[in-house]
Design a protein around this ligand. Sequence first.
Ligand code: ADP
Ligand code: MG
Ligand code: ZN
Length: 552
Amino acid sequence: MKSPLEVLQQYFGYDNFRLEQANAVENVIAKKDTFVLMPTGGGKSLCYQVPALVLEGTAIVISPLIALMKDQVDALRVNGISAAYINSSMSSFEQNETLHQLKNGELKLLYIAPEKLSADNGAFLKFLEEIKISLFAVDEAHCVSHWGHDFRPDYLFLNGLKNQFPQIPIIALTASADEITRQDIVKQLNLQEPLVLVSSFDRANIKYFVQPKQSVIHHIIQYLNEHPNDSGIIYCLSRKGTEEMSNQLKENGINSAFYHAGISSVERAKVQEDFIKDKTQVMVATIAFGMGIDKSNVRFVMHADLPKNIESYYQETGRAGRDGLPSEAILFYSGADVIKLRRFALIEGNEEQSGLMLRKLQQMADFAEMQKCRRQYLMEYFGENHSGNCNNCDYCLSEFETWDATVDAQKLLSAVFRLKERYGKNMIIDFLRGSKSVKITDYMQSLPTYGIGSKNDKNYWHNLIKQLLINGFLEESNEEFSVLKLTEESNLVLFKHKKVSLQKIKEQAKAVTVAEMEAEYGKNEFTENLDLFDELKKIRREQAEKENVPPY
Ligand code: ADP
Ligand code: MG
Ligand code: ZN
């Protein structure tokens, strides 16, 4: 018997197992049930392909992605592995031929579509009783659960699998993270004390950036001039958008092509192949592009338009850096995109679906607008903990600059001084800004410091107070309520001309926020073009057929 590592190196040409692959493989080989939760692109396939080659008999792989079955089987055959598939797109002659091979024990792996399970009242499973089977792999296992986002009734035929084949290990694999679905899968498949392996969703080699959506084409051209050898994908929302952008790039001497569901399948296959073989540097595409495309050296993924939710964003950016090398994800963001996508969410789907789409869209907008580590946000979204600083996102890498805060510090400290160190932040700020609040007495209004800070807003003063506290230019005493007090340092500033230098995040171009757009246009009055709407609907349908991810 070959060792798993030998199989990995000899048949697949990889040096080492990744993430939880080794544990999964070992457990399956020990004929025990296994549950694998791993992000898209994490490498779930090898978790059953390697045991299939180590163990005797044929591995039966149930997969709903009919369009990808052929690619997977072809890839295995190229590696010298005898594999085949059965699905409804084949003639019965072809199917019989494959069944014949199966019966003769000529196959190491057989991929089957779920509808094959239910056909003729489960005749296929009955047929399998005469075959030597090494393992069952249930790929995209969330399809067995009503809780998952893509329930397939045919998967229910897997309920009886364990009873019918108690000795044969089952490995269930999914990238669907939530806990209810997870438990339900184990129950539905009747897994026996499964080893549950959860890999982190963190893609540490991807650097996350959000940029204002302004002069997008200009930024992209500049980026490509700086990265002349890097290959990548640019996602646009509409078909027209992809064509326009690709043409503009070409006019600027960049080797690009476009891809969307509206071009012929022959053309699509060619465009895709050119990209995979590095004949095309940049692919400008709608979300129709990417699923099942196995190109490991994608160095960047850009979003010229906002994805509809974090799941899509994460999946699309996840196509960068599958080889583990440093890669970049760049989102061009404007609140205007949120308003536009809200319209689609309202038009499509029933009330409940629309509500869910809107919530998810809002989370996408929050990701782009929040001042916090992008990776931390993503990991929390997927239910993982991540400490605050990843050092590999625009927020964590933002540069700090020193600025001279002396004048404003003098204003603030003199307010504290004039009010005899008897008040808290809010009162000091009201006083500085010349507020007419009832708490401000006539006497206070007569003081020279009253109103000298009116040029800056409350937020600004709150931040300055925070910074001065951190740097020892102020103290906060906690008596009944908190009161700002002067320190020795502040006396130096007030009376001895000491300078105050503070740090702040370097001013970056700021994206237009949803709130700003709403203020300008009102909540629902944004007009979008219908082209786009049609494209979304078509993509939705095609996507649902082609892959396992709901459009929303
Ligand atoms: P998933 O099904 O989890 O989305 P795949 O099984 O399709 O992921 O694998 C994604 C990519 O990762 C493929 O290109 C695969 O060849 C590659 N890959 C998987 N495991 C390894 C490994 N141990 N070393 C290098 N590359 C790997
Ligand atoms: Mg997979
Ligand atoms: Zn970060």
